[in-house]
Design a protein around this ligand. Structure first.
Ligand code: SAH
Ligand code: SF4
Length: 350
C-alpha cells in the first residue's frame, strides 16, 4: 500500500522536509494544512512554495473526495454518496439537531468504515449488498471533511454507524478516532464520538483498553441466540453470553454507559419472550437501550413493530430502571436507514 502523507507524524514530516532541503518550519506548516485544515489538494497550501507542492504531489498524491449524490431532507439532514480513492463509493450523513437541553445546534456526522459490509445482517441494505473493502483512516476522516465543508459548520458529534463493521477494520478505525479527537486534528471530544459494532467480542476487549473515553454502541437486535443468528448470520462464533461478559468488563473498567441498539421488527424480535430476554441481558450492564423502528429495505418483508408494542417496550424497560429511547431515522423522507441511499441511487440509474 502506498504511504499516505496524512499518515506521517510530525517527526516524519520534519525528516522529509530536511531530505527535500526545506527549512524545519515547513513540516509544521504542512502538518497544519493536512490535519487542522484537512487539505484535500496541494493547491490549497498557499504558503508552501509551488515547487515543493509539485514534488509532494508527485510523491504523495492527495485525493479529493467527490460528492456524487446529495439529498437534503425537510428536517435538514443531508445524505451523501461520496466517491473515495479507487472509485469506492460510501454513504455519509450529516444531521443537524439540538443538544438534550435544546440550547445548542449540533452537527452530527454518521460515517462509514468499510465500503459494503461482510456481516450480511438480514435487515440491512448494506449487509445485503456484500463487502467491497476496508476504508483507510484517511478515507474515514475525508468523509467528515466533506460534510464539514458542505455545512460550513464545525462537527460536534460523530457516530460510526454508516456502512461497514468498524471492528473488522479496527486499526484504521482507531487511527481515525485519534485524528478526530486530536487537538491538532479535528478536535472533537472523545465522549462525542460513538463507535457502533454488531459485536465482535475480541475487539470489544481491545476497545476497553483504549485510554480515551470514546463511546460504544452494540447492535444487539435480539437477546435470544436463535433469533440473533437468523438476523445477524455473520456473527457465528460470537455468542451472546460472551458478548455479555465483555460488556460487564466494559462496565467494570470504563464506568461508562453503553448503548444497546435494537431494531424493532414486527413479529420477528418483538415478542414477550424477546422483551424478557432483553431485560435479562441488560442486568448488570450500565446501558441505555435505543429502540429503532425497522426501516423497510428492498426485497425484504420486514415492517416496524406496532406503536403499541414500541410503547409497551419503552414502558417495561423504564419500569425496570433501564434508560430507553426510541430512535427514529432522521431524513426518512430522503432514504431511511443504513445502505438505503445507495440503494435508491442504484435504482434511479437502472
Ligand atoms: N455495522 C455496525 C455499524 C453501523 S450499521 C453495526 O451494525 O452496529 C448501520 C446502522 O444502521 C446500525 O445502527 C443498524 O442498526 C442500522 N440499520 C441497518 N438496517 C436498518 C433498518 N432496516 N432499519 C433501521 N435501522 C437499520
Ligand atoms: Fe454490517 Fe452493521 Fe449492516 Fe450488519 S447492520 S450488515 S454489521 S453495516
Amino acid at each position: 500500500m502506498t504511504v499516505h502523507i496524512k499518515s506521517l507524524t510530525l517527526d516524519e514530516l520534519t525528516a522529509l522536509m530536511s531530505e527535500l532541503g526545506q527549512p524545519k518550519f515547513r513540516a509544521k506548516q504542512l502538518y497544519e494544512w493536512l490535519h487542522k485544515h484537512n487539505a484535500t489538494s496541494y493547491d490549497q497550501l498557499t504558503n508552501i512554495p509551488k515547487e515543493l507542492r509539485a514534488q509532494l504531489s508527485e510523491r504523495y498524491p492527495l485525493f479529493d473526495p467527490v460528492i456524487i449524490n446529495k439529498q437534503v431532507s425537510k428536517d435538514g439532514t443531508r445524505k451523501y454518496l461520496i466517491s473515495l480513492e479507487a472509485g469506492s463509493v460510501v454513504e455519509t450523513v450529516g444531521i443537524v439537531d439540538e443538544d438534550a437541553e435544546g440550547n445548542e445546534q449540533r452537527l452530527t456526522v454518521c460515517c462509514s468504515t468499510q465500503a459494503g459490509c461482510p456481516m450480511k445482517c438480514d435487515f440491512c441494505a448494506t449487509g445485503q449488498e456484500g463487502f467491497v473493502r476496508n476504508l483507510s483512516s484517511n478515507e474515514i476522516i475525508d468523509q467528515l471533511v466533506v460534510v464539514e465543508r458542505d455545512f460550513d459548520a464545525r462537527i460536534s458529534n460523530v457516530v460510526l454507524m454508516g456502512q461497514g463493521e468498524p471492528f473488522l477494520n479496527y486499526d484504521e478505525v482507531v487511527a481515525a478516532l485519534h485524528r478526530m479527537n486530536a487537538d491538532e486534528g479535528l478536535n472533537i471530544g472523545a465522549r462525542k464520538i460513538t463507535v457502533s459494532t454488531s459485536g465482535i467480542i475480541d475487539r470489544v476487549y481491545d476497545f476497553i483498553d483504549e485510554p480515551e473515553q470514546f463511546r460504544l454502541a452494540i447492535s444487539l437486535h435480539s437477546a435470544i441466540q436463535s433469533t440473533r443468528n437468523k438476523l445477524m448470520p455473520g456473527l457465528t462464533g460470537q455468542p451472546l453470553e460472551d458478548l455479555h461478559d465483555s460488556l460487564l468488563e466494559y462496565a467494570a473498567r470504563k464506568n461508562r454507559r453503553i448503548s444497546l441498539e435494537y431494531i424493532m421488527i414486527d413479529g420477528v424480535n418483538d415478542s414477550k419472550k424477546e422483551l424478557e430476554m432483553l431485560l435479562a441481558f441488560c442486568d448488570g450492564i450500565k446501558c441505555h437501550v435505543n429502540l429503532i423502528p425497522c426501516n423497510p429495505i428492498l426485497h425484504k418483508n420486514y415492517k416496524p413493530s406496532s406503536s403499541s408494542t414500541q410503547n409497551h417496550w419503552v414502558h417495561t424497560l423504564s419500569m425496570n430502571g433501564i434508560p430507553v429511547s426510541i430512535r427514529y431515522s432522521k431524513g426518512a423522507d430522503i432514504a431511511g436507514a443504513c445502505g438505503q441511499l445507495k440503494e435508491v441511487h442504484k435504482k434511479s440509474q437502472v
